[in-house]
Design a protein around this ligand. Sequence first.
Ligand code: FMN
Length: 649
Amino acid sequence: MIKTHKSNDKMDQTESTPPPAEESFWGLGKGDILLLMVLLLIALWYLRRRRNQNEVQPERTYSIQPTAINTMQISENSFIKKLKTSGRSLVVFYGSQTGTAEEFAGRLAKEGIRYQLKGMVADPEECDMEELLQLKDIPKSLAVFCLATYGEGDPTDNAMEFWEWIQGDLDLTGLNYAVFGLGNKTYEHYNKVAIFVDKRLQELGATRVFECGLGDDDANIEDDFITWKERFWPTVCDHFNIESTGEDVLARQYKLVEQTDVATDRIYTGEVARLLSLQNQRPPYDAKNPFLAPIKVNKELHKGGGRSCMHIEFDIEGSKMRYEAGDHVAMYPINDIELVEKLGKLCGADLDTVFSLINTDLESSKKHPFPCPTTYRTALTHYLEITALPRTHILKELVEYCSDEKDKEFLKLISSTSVEGKAQYQTWIQNACRNIVHILEDIKSCKPPIDHICELLPRLQPRYYSISSSSKLHPTTVHVTAVLVQYETTTGRTNKGVATTYLSNKHPIDGSDLPRAPIFIRKSQFRLPTRTETPVIMIGPGTGLAPFRGFIQERDLSRKDNQTVGDTILYFGCRKKAEDYIYGEELENYVQSGALNLRVAFSRDQAHKIYVTNLLQDDAELVWRIVGEKNGHVYICGILRNKRKFDRR
Ligand SMILES: Cc1cc2nc3c(=O)[nH]c(=O)nc-3n(C[C@H](O)[C@H](O)[C@H](O)COP(=O)(O)O)c2cc1C
């Protein structure tokens, strides 16, 4: 910003050198003055027009509710003020990257009312967290933190500042708090953020009202959460000497407004945030403003075996997006059109109706669950996870839409925290992989209105892929290697992965415009050693090879550039050489040129199955030499035993 400002200053000085003001004014003829006045009027008209244009950006959607709008447009980061003005005492902060912690926070805040603790959800990034020091001034106040852990035990982006702040020397005496962590046991730093925050808040003098809950996304995080919640509320009641009203909280969070008079160019058609951002593309590109990248290549890598693995090349020329080997590319997919149509039918909806869902909580910073106004078709296609397995709170909300008592009872059971209910949820939803469409197909008397479904379903998240190219070799393209996700469920249905199905339908066709997909780059910590001499061992079975393809390309370039490059060893595994040996030729060329030491296990090409882990055992001496003696780096990416995912060094 400073740079731009400076260059403008410079331009002003060099390009206009007017004579002293008085002289120039009195030296003008009438014609000149007239011309100046016309120019002035044009400038005023232009400025006014620009101001009006700015005003009709997304906020225009609020014009349906003028009184509410004025309050909502005030940008407030004082959560204390919001709590006080709305008579609330419970604030639930979330640290979330892909929405689960945010969803859990929303559920807790909503349930508070049942215990006479009116709650609100807050994003720590949008709040002045220093105000936590003042929370104790509100009677019976409680701060709950739902925090996910990422990477090497790091907080999410939106919790980073809060994370740094609580490391400082603070006095939080009088603050009542509880923490629920979201993590995954297959990671080394399981739930590190929640565990640390819980401990640190206590060290700073705050009062822990209830023990820290830990959710494991590798098992059943919904179960962990509801089990924790079940004990959390009674303890909170004891602590504050309050009682539960005993009723379930099923109040709607959003008000439906169907709109017939919205100009077409004011209706969101899949933009992530800014209206028309996909038509009028403007860098910088990021999660809120993805780049609509042309797909130059989409080719099949498997030669047989019935599965499909795609090699995709996104063209990023002119986007100003940069990446390094090891980074991720995120893509916003759209849902299967057929599934959208089915859901519309099951809810008896006209999918082309234009509508807005408007938050009834005027203090909330989230005005709509997704960009509004839009059509139900767009919402179900672009904005909502219709293939996710619904959590228990959604099932609970469906009860009231069943006309058959048996269906009501069944939904009540599987959304309950009873042992039988949890077991049924596990079998009927999780093991059978039933999404909202399957549930409505199988519980025939359940006919929820489409707008309530739109309120309940989580927001469709971008899908992340390891970039499988090096920007040094391919500066204007980003490569992705993705296996098409498709499987049969126990109910005989075929479930399809949202993003890979979307990509599988995007093939460049000669003579036509290239297909496009909205993408952005996410930086990662998965990096080659800074010194090329350092040897590396990469373990990447299947598509776990993806980031290593970029690494190998990069080290090969360094070699060609006459730099000293340490051993580059790849352990790769797949089923059969003739079927799913992805990038086989490429890898063997690197071996030929001396750039790569390739160790490959074709598990099904012989009677005894062989995996990369067997190769590693056989190579124990080599591995020790690289790691123990040469201080080499070991990288693992992909799925090893027990479907456990590793993506870290
Ligand atoms: C790339 C990635 C890295 C992760 N790193 C960790 C980790 O270090 N420790 C951990 O306990 N969980 C880790 N997780 C699991 C997430 O914390 C967990 O899935 C959580 O439910 C996500 O919450 P969110 O949807 O609110 O972002 C990781 C997940 C991903 C996708």
